[in-house]
Design a protein around this ligand. Structure first.
Ligand code: AKB
Length: 319
């Protein structure tokens, strides 16, 4: 059996730290190297961790060669809200980072590459309900434009260079173990923290702003299921729609109130409202379900139950 040696780039982020643990379970800690540009926080320091900047192409190539890497999960990116504040850097990291990884896949004949796309690749004239797999894509943020362009690059490297690159268009990802940074959907993470620490939350989106969302455990499962699928089942080489739930700030607040009755929410929409308004409200992920058997486990109720059960102990440990 061929030995896997897995490199995770951007492992310190919200998805990266949980995906790293999923990969440890699947392949063994000794076969996974987590990397980021910053020192490891929390659980990541319990496995192989190294500093690596994907923008330094020679360092990346040398690293892959030296460690005999066979698969890369490339997660390093600037998200939607932060990207609007520093658009040139967002483009540089999101595009050049991806192209370095795809070139490395060709150079070192990697088995597989994973790269995340996002619902941000859609835009204001995309159909908003049950957004189809193939549809109008007119993203308005630099992050979204980089995801749309990245999808085309992935497809091109697959078609022309034979790279086995796989991708998911993530909705807003919600976890409680690591705080997210710079996304428009991130209010739905922050709200749980504030519900526990302050019993109140000021939301930067309006109460009725519906967005597609996903609990972190489902996102990790989707990613690993896609990467484990036989190549012939992965028919889409741009990026797969995936979905599990959609909700508004008012609805998540209601769900929290069922468990923390004195919790209150107020609304102060800012520039992120326009970003959220340009994105789909719900996603049709039938292609992922049909091609490689995707199915989700968590809805809003189960996710809220799980987070509010576990987060207080985590916050107490940190205090
Ligand atoms: C963001 O809000 O920027 C991200 C995303 C939807 O990709 N969470």
């Amino acid at each position: 059996m061929k030995k896997h040696k897995i490199l995770i780039i951007g492992a310190g982020g919200q998805l990266g730290s949980e995906l790293t643990q999923g990969l440890w379970k699947l392949y063994g800690k000794e076969n996974v190297i987590a990397t980021d540009i910053k020192d490891p926080q929390g659980i990541l320091s319990q496995g192989n961790f190294e500093i690596l900047d994907v923008l330094k192409q020679k360092n990346l190539f040398d690293f892959i060669k030296k460690n005999e890497i066979t698969q890369i999960y490339h997660l390093a990116a600037v998200l939607s809200a932060t990207g609007e504040k520093n658009p040139k850097f967002a483009w540089h990291l999101n595009m050049d980072g991806l192209i370095h990884v795809l070139d490395a896949a060709v150079e070192y004949k990697l088995d597989r590459v994973y790269w995340p796309s996002s619902i941000a690749a859609f835009g204001p004239t995309t159909p908003k309900q049950d957004t189809p797999q193939d549809t109008i894509m007119d993203p308005t943020t630099i992050y979204g434009i980089s995801k749309q362009a990245g999808e085309r690059w992935c497809e091109w490297y697959h078609r022309k260079m034979g790279v086995d690159v796989r991708s998911l268009r993530y909705p807003g990802l919600i976890g409680y173990k690591t705080k997210p940074g710079g996304g428009t959907t991130d209010y739905a993470v922050d709200i749980y923290f504030k519900a526990i620490t302050d019993k109140k939350f000021e939301c930067f989106l309006q109460p009725d702003t519906y967005l597609p969302m996903m609990y972190m455990d489902d996102a990790v499962k989707a990613t690993l299921d896609l990467m484990e699928a036989p190549a012939e089942k992965v028919k889409i080489r741009s990026s797969y729609n995936i979905s599990s739930m959609s909700f508004s700030p008012a609805e998540i607040a209601e769900e929290i109130k069922k468990r923390i009755p004195d919790f209150t929410i107020s609304y102060q929409p800012d520039f992120r409202q326009a970003i959220a308004d340009s994105w789909p409200k719900s996603i049709d992920d039938s292609a992922a379900r049909k091609d490689w058997g995707w199915n989700h486990q968590f809805g809003l109720e189960e996710m809220t139950e799980e987070i509010l059960k576990n987060l207080p102990a985590l916050l107490a440990q940190e205090a």
